[in-house]
Design a protein around this ligand. Sequence first.
Ligand code: ADP
Ligand code: MG
Length: 663
Amino acid sequence: YSLRTVLSGRCHLSKVGTGRRPPPARVRVAVRLRPFVDGAAGANEPPCVRGIDSCSLEVANWRNYQETLKYQFDAFYGERSSQQDIYAGSVQPILRHLLEGQNASVLAYGPTGAGKTHTMLGSPEQPGVIPRALMDLLQLTREEGAEGRPWDLSVTMSYLEIYQEKVLDLLDPASGDLVIREDCRGNILIPGLTQKPITSFSEFERHFLPASGNRTVGATRLNQRSSRSHAVLLVKVDQRERLAPFRQREGKLYLIDLAGSEDNRRTGNQGIRLKESGAINTSLFVLGKVVDALNQGLPRVPYRDSKLTRLLQDSLGGSAHSILIANIAPERRFYLDTVSALNFAARSKEVINRPFTNESLQLHALAPVKLSQKELLGPSEAKRARGPEEEEIGNPELTASAASASQKLSPLQKLSNMDPAMLERLLSLDRLLGSQGSQGTPLLNTPKRERMVLIKTVEEKDLEIERLKMKQKELEAKVLAQEALDPKEKENSLTVHRPLPRRTVTGAKPLKKAVVMPLQLIQEQAASPKTEIHILKKRGRKRKVESSQVSEPVEKASEDCWELQISPELLAHGRQKILDLLNKGSARDLRSLQRIGQKKAQLIVGWRELHGPFSQVEDLERVEGISGKQMESFLKVSVLPVVPALPARPCSNSSPLPCRRTS
Ligand code: ADP
Ligand code: MG
C-alpha cells in the first residue's frame, strides 16, 4: 500500500542532540575513475588521467605537456577498485550516524557515461552503493530495533526526481511538482511525498525497481540512456524509545544519482534538451557553490538557490555526513568533462611541473620535444637541463637517488662566476620552491620551458661578463703600461712638471682617479694597441673646503683640477699640424683654432707676412697683440681635442706634459 505522510507539524518532536549544534561538517569528496569500457571509441588510447595514491590523482595538461595537474581528494578510487571498495571506504562508515539521529548524503557526480549509475546502483553482479547501503541499514535497524532493545526502529523510503527544477515523486508518478518546506527546527520536508515502509531488501526492491523505470531519460549523442535528472532516494530511519521518556529521533539518508555534468554544448543538444541541460546545470552549479561554501566555512550557504540544494539543506553541512563521489572516465574524449568534474570536486589542485607520467604519452608526444631541446642545448647543457623527474616517472623509489644525482647536475653549482643579480634571483627562486615544500634540486623543479630560458639567460650573461672582463683587463694593462712609461719620459725632459703634491684638504677622503677616453680613441685602441691614452688625474684643490662644496661646471673642474698626460708622438703630430696651419692657413682657417678670433687671425697673418713662417708654435707669443697669458691659454685648450680627425691645434713644444695647472 502507499502511505502518504504529511511531514509538517512535527515541531513537537525533539531530535536527540539538536540542542548543541556541532560546527558545519565539510563535504567529503571522493573520486572514482572507471576503467575503459568495452566498445568505447578509442579503447586502446592512453588514459588521460591516472591515480597517484589513495587520495590523489593526476591529469595530463594537454595544453602543456610539461605540466601535470595533480588533484587531492579525501579518497581516490582507481579503475581497479571494486564496488565494495567504494562502499566500505566512503559510504559504510557514515551509516551508523543515522541511528544517532543525524542525516547523511551520498551524491554521485560526473559526466554522463563516467559511472554514476554504476557507482550508485550497479548491476546484479556488481551491486552499487544503494543496494549495499540498504542491505546494511536494514540489517542494522533489525539488530538495533530487536525486541528487548531500548529503541524501536523503522525504515521508510521515498524516491523522487528533480527534473527541470521540478520535484517529482517516482513512487507516485501521477503527482505533480511537489513543494519543499522547512519546519521550525530546520528540517526539510516534502508534504505529499510517498513514504514506503521497508523491512527487508526484497521489499525495497519491489518499490525501487519499477520506480527507476519512471525516471526521465533522454537520448543524447553522448549516451543512449543519459540521465538528465537528479534521482534522489531518501531512506529514513525513525526511532522511538520504548521506555520513558519515549524520545523520538530521525535520521535521513539521501542517495543521489545526479544528472550528467557534461557541457551540453558538446552533446549536440538543441531545443528542449538544451533547456533541460540548462536546468540541470543550474542545479549542479548551485550544488557546487554550496559544497564550496561549506568546505570553505563561508557564512552564507546558498541552499535556496536550487531545488536540489534546498532539498539537501539539512543533509549537507550542519551535523550531516556527506560524501560526493565524482565519477570520471579515462578516455580522452572525456578529457574536458573530467577536468571540469575534478575542478568541481577538488579540495585542492596543484599544477606540477612535470610531464604527465604516461609511457605512451612520453614516447609519442614528449620524446620529440626532449630531443629538440637537447639538440638545441648541446650535450652538456642538455645534461644540465635534464631534471630528475624523468627518472622519477612512474617509479617513486628512484626519487631519492635521482635527487642526489641532480645535486651534481645542478646548474647552481656552476654559478659562482655569475652575475650577482641573476644569482640572487635564482637563489630566491630556490628559497621560494623550498618554502613550498619542493624536493630535489630546486632549479630542476621549475618548468622545463622556464628552465631553458633561465639557462640560456645565464649563459648569455656569462658570455657578456667574460667579454667585459677581457675588455677591462686589456684596458688595465694599457694603463699600467702607460704609467710605466711616464717616469722615463719625465726623466728625459728638463721641464717635467710633476703633479703637485696632493693637498689633503679633508685628510680622510682619498682622491679619485678617473680615466677619460674619447670614444674614437677606444675604437682606435682596439685597432692599434700602440696608441697612447690620455689620462686625466684629479689633483688636490687649492681652494678652501667651503668653496669645494660649490658645484662647478665640468669644464671648469677639469680646467682647475685635472692634469693631462699625452703621448709625445701624438703631441708632436698635433703641433706639426698646428704649425702648418699657422704658416699656410688663411685668416679664416686660423679662426678654426680655439681662442683665435677674427682679430688674432689677422694679426697672425700679418706677422707671418712680415716675419716669415713660424718655426715653432711658441712663436705665436711673439705676435704683437697676443699676450703670453693668451698664448698659454691657447695651448692649454688646444691640447684636449688633439684627435687626428679634428683640426690640429698648437701646443707647447717644450714639454711632453704641456698642460699643467698653473694655479
Ligand atoms: P553514468 O551514470 O555516469 O552516465 P554509467 O554508470 O551508466 O554512467 O556508466 C557508463 C558505462 O560504464 C556503463 O556501461 C557501466 O556499466 C560502465 N561502468 C561505469 N563504471 C564502471 C566501473 N567502475 N567498472 C566497470 N564498468 C563501469
Ligand atoms: Mg546514469
